[in-house]
Design a protein around this ligand. Structure first.
Ligand SMILES: [Zn+2]
Length: 78
């Protein structure tokens, strides 16, 4: 019976820790989401506004897609 009590204790503490961690994770995620929304950048080719998260970055410029990033590529110095 002692083993059973030990197992129950382990399961209960595991569940408590799990729910606690989930709460913290939720807090962190909502904070991160707020930050992401604030960061809107403009495509250097078409001027489309997109979240920095989804932007393609090339040579310090932002682009809405890979195609525009390649299109705006400066030719290599001769
Ligand atoms: Zn674009």
């Amino acid at each position: 019976m002692r083993v059973l009590a030990l197992i129950i204790l382990l399961v209960v503490s595991f569940l408590v820790i799990k729910s606690f961690k989930r709460k913290q994770e939720m807090k962190r995620l909502t904070k991160a989401k707020k930050k992401k929304v604030d960061n809107i950048v403009k495509c250097n080719v078409c001027g489309l506004h997109i979240p920095e998260q989804e932007a393609t970055i090339n040579r310090g410029n932002y682009y809405c897609c890979l195609e525009h990033a390649n299109q705006d590529n400066l030719p290599p110095a001769a």
